[in-house]
Design a binder for this molecule. Structure first.
Ligand code: SF4
Ligand code: SF4
Length: 191
């Protein structure tokens, strides 16, 4: 999904730590509309710094970067309940494989032809019709690509950084993992 990006000062929106911990209750991070709006604004406003970090990672990421990122992903998956968020399902333009389309159609008890006719436009599903409120109504049977999003636990993290940058303004797990990664690898901004 394309979004218009504007530079926003940290002074206007508050420090990262506040956003990272905002809404934490009993160790969990509560994701609501306000929280999602804040990570969107912060990600857009911090675009230059994030691009600088991306360039640094390309050259200086530690050898165990995939392991570090996977651990951060698991940490934030444990702190954030996707079943209360659903932002990726609402916001992304979803391009499912044929198998993925079959999986959703079958879970919704529809024929693939009927499903495609109703919900697929030029190969895109948006928003996903399986989403009911903030909850995926076929959560246990959702396609693999949904299970793996925001794809932080796949190998070759540093070759997928553009995709990561696209996701941090959408997904609280990606946002928080990316912010904590900066500290984990002792990166210092030069911009
Ligand atoms: S199938 Fe479920 S998890 Fe996947 S995009 Fe649709 S609502 Fe989201
Ligand atoms: S993967 Fe990210 S955006 Fe999607 S439901 Fe979970 S926390 Fe929300």
């Amino acid at each position: 999904m394309k979004t218009r990006r504007t530079k926003t000062s940290w002074k206007e929106v508050g420090p990262k730590a506040v956003v990272q911990n905002a809404g934490q209750q009993g160790g969990q991070i509560t994701v609501n509309a306000e929280y999602l709006q804040r990570i969107k604004v912060l990600s857009e406003g911090n675009e230059i710094e994030n691009c600088d970090f991306r360039a640094w990672l390309k050259n200086y990421a530690p050898d165990d970067i995939d392991h570090v990122v996977k651990a951060l992903s698991q940490k934030y998956f444990a702190l954030i309940d996707c079943k209360e968020c659903g932002n990726c399902c609402r916001v992304l333009e979803l391009e499912f494989t044929e198998l993925g389309l079959h999986t959703i159609a079958k879970s919704m008890e529809q024929s693939i032809d009927e499903f495609k006719k109703r919900f697929v436009v030029e190969g895109i599903v948006k928003p996903c019709p399986a989403l009911k409120g903030n909850l995926c109504s076929i959560y246990e049977g959702r396609p693999d690509v949904c299970r793996s999003y925001p794809h932080l636990e796949k190998p070759d993290f540093i070759f997928r950084l553009y995709g990561v940058l696209d996701n941090i303004g959408i997904c609280p797990i990606a946002f928080n993992a990316f912010e904590e990664l900066k500290a984990k690898v002792k990166w210092r901004s030069t911009v």
